[in-house]
Design a protein around this ligand. Sequence first.
Ligand code: GZL
Length: 387
Amino acid sequence: MRKTLSVLLTAAMATSMLAACGSSNTQATQAPAETKAAETQAAATTAAPAETKAAETVAAVTEAAKEAEANGETITVGFAQVGHESDWRTASTNSVQSALSKENGIDLQFVDCDNDSAAQLEAVRNFIQQGVDYIVIDPIVSTGWDTVLTEADDAGIPVIVIDRTIDDSDKYVSWVGSEFTNEGLAAGAWLKAYVADKGISEVNALVISGTTGSSAQIGRSNGFDKYVEAENWNKIDEQTGDFTQEGGQKVMESYLKSYDGKFNVVVCQNDNEAFGAIDAMKAAGVSYGVDGDVIVISFDACTAGLQKVLAGEINADFQCNPLQGPDCLNIIKKLEAGETVDQKTFMAEPWYVAEDKLKEITYTNNSGNEVTEPLVVVDQAVVDAAY
Ligand code: GZL
């Protein structure tokens, strides 16, 4: 809707420029729409007396713009969401839809890209053709973005990236998300302290990774692998469960056929994969969790995941915060007000554990700093407060 306004303002600007052609105050260069709007505004105050047609047009459109503003004209935002693969994703979608709402002056065009990268690029191109005011992307994978982001840039549409990262283009105004490598490092640091405390001398780990090529999968794998190497752990296998419960169960069933009795740790790169892996181990009679033979590590810390930590079925759950909706709204409002926005914003994310033996972990984070971070023991209040 706002685009229509700026087109109107631009048309008025063109009219007034033609009518005043030759006048000393005519702008020789074409400026972007926003400046045209400002010039139109200026032209309306400094133009020749109201009797000229152009001045009347400009004045009328500026009046319409003012009225629209006063009426709280909506801002159109296109949101290309990864899909609907996990509890985390549901919370992410709800957060953005609640913040980018009509009540907040936003007309949200939402597309669930069903974990299909081609569909996601098409959704972004459709937003560009629609002439939305802003585009929000949670990128399924971190590469293949520069061409379409260049198209958005050429169309003058600001792009905001949330959650996962885009690693082959910087043509976006802001990113809000998680430091995924730190999530993997924290999981490794916790496992190192946990097995030492339990007197476990050998780590034979299986990994059920997230969607291959997503920054969440890349970061969690890279972070955990640093400990595999440093501690000389035996990482038996790593296969993708695509961040789904079905995927976690299928991979675990395959692992149980190939490695039954040979592993004592399973790392699931999100809670839904952990739910599937737990179902598979239960069906196979393999014990897991606090009182079991297999240590279960998970990521996301959604409500259902923390319920399993409380029940002792998951030993540790490293939160990934999905609630980027308010940040999106804040960025858009700042841009609308002509303010600058931070290029990068990291979400705060606690680490949850089932037992209160270990109080904190210390590790060298992805920025090269040694950090000591608390471990939160899960009780019912923690579960009730989860996203
Ligand atoms: C991570 C996010 C991941 C979650 C999964 O930020 O993109 O995708 O960890 C979700 O649950 O499917």
